[in-house]
Design a protein around this ligand. Structure first.
Ligand code: NOJ
Length: 530
């Protein structure tokens, strides 16, 4: 029997390096800090880390503005620190995935500095330059994801350049083969295993805004969005058909290195999302991203009917051989505990870790850590500074390790404030509390690893009854039933015969069940059938 690739049975854990662990005492997390916490991730039971960008950067968008694709920002450490971290991770059986930011560079990247220096510079066409509109002003109506026009005029050369995000993040021209070659060579830099000549050996990439890489060649205006007054439909700036050839090239490149993973950040409706698996009917093979991130749980109402529908639709739409995945939080979304409240974070944990497909966990969610509290002066995110209310600082506050000052994250005042709940909500305290959220995550992760039905089995019998989401998982002789009470009231279900493996309230494992079963508000049950 062929064994599944590691990224199918793995649980991914996202580290936002600025906020994970500060080892050098400057208030910002770093690579040595991550190294120091690897054992706690092993204890948690995750299999792979994805690091948000660590490359040299002016930090206009906290690393998503890359000034050099083949180095480490001194704020985070050095390449030598990275090699040490990677080796230590691998020695512990943990994989390490890097964030690749190919849509745009920093405006301080030497490529852009050259590109803006003259219309005749060989790097001019590496970015998206355009003459002003006939009467002057930006070439078209495209808008930045951080508000305002997506175009900025470069006075000295008299043309506008495109930036889908900040003016400090000019978009690369992915129609230019030299751009592709340059990014691909950076990918090789990190994928190549260590040799005398260098090389590192990362286990894959999470590709930033993969669905935005190609823009309309004719620079046509985006049409008005009929559903939302004043907004535009990103018809010409997102999900362009030509993007799939690029995803295919990235996939082929990764395959040269063996079992590495290509993960795509893609915010699209399910039908469009499926195309990023790159199913080729002629060869009946998948040529796209291994895991096009599925963010739909983040935006689906937390109701049994809605989630059952989502699971069934997603499963039904997957192309042949495609492997599902689920995400509940990341550095761009309000934290799970803030979105769902204290009871439902437990059902959320059970849902994420018992659905079919690779789950991605965001650091701190394993503690039920809520959004941080920030005064207006403490806000740092450029998205929030440009568009009030759109800030993402609250979900990026420091990891809560223990009850010591600054929650054990740093010896000094951190770059973002530590959540005031840290004396109670921290990893140390929760590790010792058998009914804590962390204990729940650890048990779920242990069971997920131990049960083939959970890490590689099928999902069947998805149902929603009186606010309780139910489904079964099967693999060989391993048959499991999951029930999640997504309401704030006591509910009952009729269960097949089995034994309780775990309840989210961490009380009552080992009990036999058959027939009517009661679930507390926000309770989840994992039952071994038979
Ligand atoms: C998506 C990233 O997740 C987000 O944090 C960033 O601001 C934008 N891409 C721009 O790179």
């Amino acid at each position: 029997m062929q064994t599944a690739p590691w990224w199918q049975t793995a649980v991914l854990y996202q580290v936002y390096p600025r906020s994970f662990q500060d080892a050098n005492g400057d208030g910002v997390g770093d690579l040595q800090g991550i190294l120091a916490r690897l054992d706690s991730l092993v204890e948690l039971g995750v299999d792979a880390l994805w690091l948000s960008p660590i490359y040299p950067s002016p930090m206009a968008d906290f690393g998503y503005d890359v000034a050099n694709y083949c180095d480490v920002d001194p704020l985070f450490g050095s390449l030598a620190d990275f090699d040490t971290l990677l080796e230590a991770a691998h020695a512990r059986g943990l994989r390490l995935v890097l964030d690749l930011v190919p849509n745009h560079t920093s405006s301080q990247h030497p490529w852009f500095v050259a590109s803006r220096s003259s219309r005749r510079d060989p790097h001019r066409d590496w970015y998206l330059w355009h003459d002003p509109a006939p009467g002057g002003g930006p070439p078209n109506n495209w808008t930045s994801h951080f508000g305002g026009s997506a175009w900025t005029l470069d006075q000295s050369t008299g043309q506008y350049y495109l930036h889908s995000f900040l003016p400090e993040q000019p978009d690369l021209n992915w129609r230019n083969p030299e751009v592709r070659a340059a990014i691909y060579s950076a990918m090789r830099f990190w994928l190549e295993r260590g040799t005398a000549a260098g090389g590192r050996g990362v286990d894959g990439f999470r590709v930033d805004v993969l669905w935005l890489l190609i823009k309309d060649a004719l620079f046509r205006d985006n049409p008005a969005n009929p559903a939302w007054d004043g907004a535009l439909l990103p018809l010409y700036t997102a999900d362009r058909p030509e993007v799939h050839a690029i995803v295919g090239e990235m996939r082929s490149l990764l395959e040269e290195y063996g079992d590495r993973v290509l993960i795509g950040e893609i915010y699209l409706p399910l039908r469009n999302l499926m195309a990023y698996y790159g199913f080729d009917p002629a060869s009946q093979s998948l040529r796209g991203a291994h895991l096009p991130f599925n963010f739909h749980l983040i935006h689906t109402p937390w109701q049994a009917e809605a989630i059952a529908q989502l699971v069934m639709t997603y499963e039904a739409l997957l192309p042949p051989g495609a492997w599902p995945n689920w995400v509940l939080g990341n550095h761009d979304q309000h934290r799970l505990a803030t979105r769902l409240g204290p009871y439902q974070i437990r059902t959320a944990a059970m849902l994420l870790l018992t659905l079919r497909g690779t789950p991605t966990l965001y650091y701190g969610d394993e503690l039920g850590m809520p959004d941080g509290h920030l005064t207006p002066e403490q806000q740092r995110d450029p998205a929030g500074l440009r568009q009030p209310g759109a800030g993402r600082d609250a979900e990026r506050t420091p990891m809560l390790w223990d009850g010591s000052p600054h929650a054990g994250f740093s010896p000094v005042e951190p770059w973002l404030p530590v959540h005031p709940e840290y004396p109670q909500t921290n990893a140390n305290a929760q590790a010792m509390a058998p009914r804590s959220v962390l204990s729940l995550y650890r048990q779920l992760l242990r069971l997920r690893r131990a049960h083939p039905a959970l890490h590689c089995g099928s999902v069947t019998t998805v149902s929603a009854q009186s606010g309780v989401l139910g489904y079964q998982r099967h693999q060989g002789e391993d048959h499991l039933q999951i029930y999640l009470n997504l309401t704030e009231e006591l509910q009952s279900v009729t269960s097949p015969r089995g034994t309780i493996l775990l309840t989210t309230i961490l009380d009552g494992a080992g009990g036999a069940v058959e027939g009517t079963l009661y679930l507390e508000p926000g309770e989840g049950l994992l039952i071994q059938l038979g």
